[in-house]
Ligand binder design. Sequence first.
Ligand code: PRX
Length: 631
Amino acid sequence: MSTYADFHRRSIDDREGFWAEQAGLIHWETPFTQVLDYSKPPFVRWFVGGRTNLCYNAVDRHLATQADKAALIFVSTETNEEITYTFAQLDREVQRMAAIMVAQGVGRGDRVLLYLPMIPQAAFAMLACARIGAIHSVVFGGFASHSLASRIEDATPKLIVSADGGSRGGKVVPYKPLLDEGIRLSAHKPGKVLMIDRGLTKFDRVEGRDVDYAQLREKHLDAKVPVTWLESNEISYTLYTSGTTGKPKGVQRDVGGYAVALAASIKHIFCGNAGETYFSTSDIGWVVGHSYIIYGPLIAGMATIMYEGTPVRPDAGILWHLVEKYKVTVMFSAPTAIRVLKKQDPAFLTKYDTSSLRALFLAGEPLDEPTARWISEGLGRPIVDNYWQTETGWPILSVAHGVEKTPTRFGSPGMPMYGYDVRLLHEATGEEVGANEKGVVAIMPPLPPGCLQTVWGDDKRFVSTYFSSVPGKVAYSTFDWGIRDNDGYYFILGRTDDVINVAGHRLGTREIEESISSHNAVAEVAVIGVADQLKGQVAVAFAVLKDASRAADPADRMKLEGEMMATVDKQLGAVARPSRVHFVTLLPKTRSGKVLRRSLQAICEGRDPGDLTTIEDPSALDQVKTALAGK
Ligand code: PRX
């Protein structure tokens, strides 16, 4: 293969030939009979008839050649633990966990919800589910009881796996009370809750429902649980993500397509090899954690670092210390983490030997040019921006240095990756826009392997959400604005919908609005994302009170604001907490009642609010300005 352009072209012109070749990167217990079934657009089935297993590919497959090599390296700077599991040891722990699950009645197709901090048992549990054909649904540990309840209700898990707590910045974060409240709020109740007691914080056990991991592990110490071979299109997991409505969507993924996509991405994009170490600073609660802490590196036979801690404790050199110690070749982080480090002594960047690093990959939110430049120069290692979504599971835009060393460009996540037929489409006409013109980033179906199959339990929503927004075309919308320069480099310009991105965490403003509205003083509220130097964006709320006089006194205002923040903390988690709640007596709306979010956002960011001809009452904007000025 000569150039990346040829490689990409072939992946679109000869999808079946291209992906059949990539499929050779993983183990198939039974070969597939059809590479691609696109008989029911926009639904896609990859590698039809093939039987495989994610756990087998991630663990068992490597036992013959690297049983005694590192597989999972757990580092917690919160509890000062550092444990390396070889592939052989990981295999034992996964089988024990699988046996525990089977003993709780979990079988193929059953859902298991994981609400866990970054501990090795989280990896065991994900892999154990994959081994027995159960569908895992990981809920980010930073989410709270209402977020949990809506996910428990939607996923209807037979089993929940959780822990006493996590720790962040040296502070213990109890999980169990939030989980108990989440289960209480949910109409669906799990049969059993498997509790991992880290000894961090005391918790109440529910008789008959809660079972203890350490006890059961002892019982199943020598357990052997055979791999359940799954048809390529069976479900591996669901992962909830935010959209425009208050109800999160369960992004549903297959088995074979996902395994192939990840194996191919480690080879072509991340340039990782078996026996090396991969370090992603993400969390298992996010898609990056699924693809590039657990499945991707392990499928490729790499050791993976699972890190519980922040980038600045015990000091701002911790990430680079780990790179040196474990000779990390591929690293993955988020721009926010780098912006956090930017505030620290730059000497930390050169204190350790990071020459093992082939590249540092950054994703999840826009990577601003100054930050990219700072880390690239400070570290002296290549920086690779990559753009993708929970829905796609692996990069849409990046550079594939495993294929060709195309240059990167600061501010751009690169070019369409193989398998993705990316177009920039005009919002109103659906026609393709030219170079240097803004359009909606869309992907022409069929989506490549690894992308979502559907929305869990809601095929209609899958089609109506993702494939129905471009006029005159069946195209997958990313809901991001983009632009392409004359050389084919793409630039991402922000979301087209009401999704915001706080420190790389994707949040729906609607969910935050619903949470604030549950405070009994609130009549109406609008939440928007506002640019922030450190976090990329922060949520800012404008609330209308039922009794406007309550906001007259500054002390009362502060009290109310604090209460509303606490409501969000309690229901959704601190990640969703707005940085400010401002009080107004009316929201800027169009005559048809739609909140003028973009104008609101522009004012908050000190920009021109744009076309205001449709506004119902212009005084609403004056109120916003007054509130922002703190008057
Ligand atoms: O708006 C884009 C932004 O994050 C969204 C997807 O977030 P999530 O589903 O959490 O998946 C993250 C996977 C890395 C996108 O729709 N986004 C992600 N990566 C980038 C980005 N924006 C700009 N540049 C990126 N590299």
